[in-house]
Design a protein around this ligand. Structure first.
Ligand SMILES: C[S@@+](CC[C@H](N)C(=O)[O-])C[C@H]1O[C@@H](n2cnc3c(N)ncnc32)[C@H](O)[C@@H]1O
Ligand code: SF4
Length: 404
């Protein structure tokens, strides 16, 4: 979820959507995201929409129980606005740290969704978790409630890197949680890694990848560290206390990830994501395929039939809006066909499956041919697909195809 929402048009207070956006609802895939904006402490590199208890205080509207009531109210609004609720193919609880809530609260929120929406058979139901925030008993409650996928923020196997990132877990905790999740019945586990942390040596990164492979999760996300303005990490870099990001080093790290993960049986299916066959994250694929989804919670983004909207960010404002019977949407944008095309190209080219050539205009096809000649893309089965080198320069290559 972007930390700074785009400018938009006013969103109607009753949350109503244009008839054109609702046409075909249910024929496209539909997913639900729940944003849980709480963390026990804030990591120095993170600028996601999340708050510690100290930042929120005890004022009405900011407490966890106000949040739970407000999300329930937003789910009521979603069911009303969508009319005949579409079947849900995936549900994703993200944050923040969803697992700072008691397990029974996450189970209750899942029941609140399934009470209002039918699930597709075998729907993917994920929660993100921090390794220090869960134990075996907690995970059993989640599995019993229907969660079938766990996405764990591991980040690194090295203590020095975890300390610099200001993470709260020890390296060994991740393997314990993976074992507890398996015992609880989770058949799909994803581990998140970050590479390029200042001071991280190539050996640290190799050790992290080897540690992930030894734990045998079904899915791995590896993100290049971004130094976000306004974070403690950005302040340390700008004071000269820490070196900044070196793009060549990041590229080497990415290539090592690709090499080790591919040899261990994972396939890269999106720039930053690798999976064993059949374990690609369906929820994230729904975003990349530009399906419909409703994002509930403070700051959450939604998309239905070319209309995008995003909620007010602060939990207190969010709860206040819903308490008054109003939509929590802060603003929205209705995408024109050319904007939808640009989005489609940008999202599809980040995927290993690429983009069907017949979706490109004649000019775009010509520019794509130039990228193929440069070795950063290739034509495969009437589709345009980025090569491994192209993935390293994904934004640049995609902008080139679009003519920006
Ligand atoms: C926002 S977190 C939410 C889940 C959970 N709290 C955690 O930390 O794993 C989702 C992922 O985004 C990553 N992330 C956050 N800020 C980032 C940054 N500046 N650069 C790269 N990855 C980042 C986190 O490390 C984490 O793996
Ligand atoms: S725990 Fe996750 S969401 Fe919370 S501050 Fe750290 S990276 Fe951000």
């Amino acid at each position: 979820m972007p930390s700074t929402p785009p400018e938009g048009q006013p969103a109607p207070p009753d949350g109503r959507l244009p008839a054109a956006a609702l046409a075909g609802l249910g024929e496209r895939g539909f997913s639900i995201y729940v944003h849980v904006p709480f963390c026990a402490s804030r990591c120095g590199y993170c600028d996601f929409n999340t708050y510690t208890a100290a930042e929120l205080g005890a004022a009405p509207g900011a407490r966890q129980r106000d949040y739970l009531a407000a999300v329930n109210a937003e789910l009521d609004l979603a069911a009303k606005v969508l009319g005949v609720p579409p079947r849900v193919q995936s549900i994703f609880f993200g944050g923040g740290t969803p697992t700072v809530l008691p397990a029974a609260d996450l189970a209750g929120l899942l029941t609140a969704i399934t009470g209002r929406f039918d699930l597709s058979p075998g729907a993917e139901i994920t929660t993100e978790a921090n390794p220090e925030s869960v134990d075996g008993e907690y995970l059993e409650v989640l599995a019993g409630a229907g969660f079938n996928r766990l996405s764990l923020g591991m980040q690194s196997a090295r203590t020095n890197v975890l300390a610099l990132l200001e993470r709260q877990h020890t390296p060994g905790r991740v393997a314990e949680v993976v074992a507890q999740a398996r015992a609880a019945g989770f058949g799909s586990i994803s581990l998140d890694l970050i590479y390029g942390t200042p001071g991280e040596a190539e050996d640290d990164w190799r050790a992290s990848l080897e540690s992930v492979i030894a734990m045998a999760p079904e899915h791995v996300s590896a993100y290049s560290l971004t130094i976000e303005d306004g974070t403690r990490l950005a302040a340390r870099v700008s004071r000269g206390e820490l070196p900044g990001i070196d793009p060549d080093e990041q590229a080497d790290r990415y290539q090592l990830a690709e090499e080790l993960l591919t040899s261990a049986g994972y396939a890269n299916y999106e720039t930053s994501n690798w999976a064993r066959p059949g374990h690609e994250c369906r929820h994230n694929l729904a975003y990349w395929h530009n399906d419909d989804w409703w994002g509930a919670g403070p700051g959450a983004h939604s998309h239905v039939g070319g209309v995008r909207w995003w909620n007010v960010r602060h939990p207190r404002t969010y709860a206040a809006r819903l308490g008054q019977g109003e939509s929590p949407a802060e603003a929205r944008e209705i995408l024109e066909p050319d904007e939808r095309h640009v989005e489609r190209v940008m999202l599809a080219l980040r995927l290993a499956e690429g983009l069907p050539l017949d979706e490109l205009s004649a000019d775009e096809r010509q520019r794509a041919a130039a990228k193929v000649a440069d070795g950063v893309a290739e034509f495969r089965d009437d589709r345009l697909v980025l090569t491994a080198t192209g993935r390293l320069l994904a934004d640049h290559v995609i902008r080139g195809v679009l003519g920006y």
